[in-house]
Design a protein around this ligand. Structure first.
Ligand code: NAI
Length: 474
């Protein structure tokens, strides 16, 4: 055939889709096929209405789709064809059973391993792309080797470090590619096969190879460090508000220190996304299971502080708005967990919205990438809020999604900015102010608005970690 090598990727989500698209576009000699149990996902990947929103993704997909990039639901046939199978399935926090609320559920990974063992007719390199608890490769390997066909499987760990919203840039120019494998001859040969794939476009000095366990653990630790940085600056934002210091100025002062560096120092309403909380909790759970309670407690604070930050934001809204929001319209600008993605998993917006609904507010939501259907699904999944538990949620005007920011703000008592979409910086806030109830409040959970300009217009503005406006009516 015209292909030198065959790759199959199980899981066509936020990681599997973009990662394989970038591999295919950089490796025309490799045939890449992404498979998924979800026909809906696969069908969407085969159209120009991709199932996920990610800047630049469509162009990359189009450059390779039909040439050496394919999306299919024929999982068995694609596994059989492949030299290398990536496992890129979701590994969410367990919701029931032992470790509920903390441990990551690796059920999907195990199912993939079983599927591979069942249908494979020849040797394969199996690559864990999903983020998994350290030592999962051991389980995957044992499931694979329990086949009775005498087939050899090598297991590698190759965690993904892309960030949603910048996935394509991250994949095209990764800071590093991490590959863990067994330190045996066969293990090293498998590592080399994966190095050869990435070496098509990644400089070899950026391809790091380690043991399986170091690789698995490094991914959890990387996310724990990143989340910790957000919680650290968020903790300081509370102190800033209490002392008239400005968190932005503090961050800037820190950022000039080479040892600290400038990134991930932006205070906000809290981090979200499918990974930070899940991976930190997973780390906590692993430490607890190993009797390392002090280590577990240390990392748990990263999550506790994030919860505190979300609550603090909503408490402040309520308090500033005369301790009642009952019956008041509140505009939520942004619902995705960050800009340039439509992903709402663990978004702080859900927690803020839930707290405001509990207070009887009427929410008007605008997010350029989040549909009403998806928002309601997220409510149900994250906090069990649905038409049954909260009658009227979907049928009354309790929570409406709006076409644009202006209609969302019309008649509202307050605006809460919950996602840092660039477009929210340049809205016509004079027009918005004119259409709102007075006093008109802005609670900026992402520090996107120009505080001075908005106060000039007449808004009462509260931003995370910024000096509090002295009450203008006293
Ligand atoms: P996702 O939920 O977007 O996609 C997972 C896909 O796997 C779904 O489409 C699902 O239908 C499919 N799937 C589940 N079980 C399957 C099976 N047995 N066979 C075939 N397909 C199956 O998840 P996402 O966000 O892509 O995450 C995947 C993994 O990558 C997780 O472990 C996550 O922690 C990790 N990760 C995620 C990042 C992100 O930004 N989303 C970044 C880095 C790592």
């Amino acid at each position: 055939t015209q292909y030198k090598y065959h790759i199959c990727c199980m899981g066509a989500g936020y990681v599997g889709g973009p990662t394989m698209a970038v591999i295919a576009s950089n490796c025309p000699d490799i045939r890449v096929c992404v498979v998924d149990l979800s026909k809906r996902m696969i069908d969407a990947w085969n159209t120009d209405e991709l199932p996920i929103y990610e800047p630049g993704l469509l162009e990359v997909v189009k450059s390779a789709r039909g040439r050496n990039l394919f999306f299919s639901t024929d999982i068995d046939a694609e596994i059989q064809k492949a030299d290398m199978v990536f496992i890129s399935v979701n590994t969410p926090t367990k919701t029931t059973g032992i470790g509920a609320g903390r441990a990551a559920n690796i059920k999907n990974c195990e199912l993939c391993a079983r599927k591979i063992a069942e249908v494979a007719t020849g040797p394969k390199v199996v690559v864990e792309k999903s983020t998994v608890p350290v030592r999962t490769a051991d389980a995957v390997r044992r499931v694979l080797m329990a086949n009775d066909k005498g087939i050899d499987f090598q297991v590698l760990s190759n965690p993904e470090f892309l960030a949603e919203g910048t996935a394509i840039a991250d994949l095209q120019k990764p800071g590093r590619v991490l590959i863990g494998g067994m330190q045996t001859d066969k293990g090293k040969a498998a590592i080399q096969q994966l190095v050869d794939v990435y070496a098509h476009w990644v400089p070899t000095e950026r391809i790091l190879t380690t043991s399986l366990w170091s690789s698995e653990l490094s991914k959890l630790v990387a996310n724990a460090f990143l989340a910790q940085r957000v919680s650290s600056i968020n903790s300081i934002s509370a102190l800033c508000e209490a002392t008239d210091a400005d968190v932005h100025e503090v961050s800037r002062a820190l950022s000039f220190d080479d040892r600290i560096g400038p990134k991930f120092l932006t205070a906000s309403v809290g981090f979200g996304g499918s990974c930070f909380q899940k991976d930190v909790l997973n780390l906590v759970y692993i430490c607890e299971s190993l009797g390392l309670q002090e280590v577990a407690d240390y990392w748990y604070q990263v999550i506790a502080l994030n919860d505190y930050q979300k609550q603090r934001f909503t408490r402040n809204m309520l308090q500033r708005m005369f301790n009642t929001v009952t019956g008041k319209k509140i505009a939520l600008l942004g619902f995705a967990f960050k800009k340039d993605t439509g992903d709402t998993r663990e978004t702080p917006a859900v927690f803020v919205a839930k707290a405001l609904l509990d207070e009887g507010a009427k929410l008007r939501v605008f997010d350029p990438q989040v549909s009403r259907e998806q928002m309601l699904e997220e409510f149900d999944y994250t906090c069990g809020v649905n038409e049954t538990t909260l009658p009227g949620l979907t049928t009354s005007d309790m929570i409406l999604t709006m076409e644009d920011a202006y209609t969302a703000c019309e008649g509202a008592h307050a605006i809460a900015v919950l996602t840092e979409w660039d477009a929210f910086k340049t809205l016509d806030y004079k027009r918005i102010y004119a259409s709102m109830a007075k006093p008109a409040f802005v609670f900026d959970g992402r520090n996107v608005v120009d505080i001075a300009a908005l106060r000039q217009i007449g808004f009462e503005v509260y931003s995370i970690g910024k000096p509090i406006q002295k009450n203008q009516f006293i």
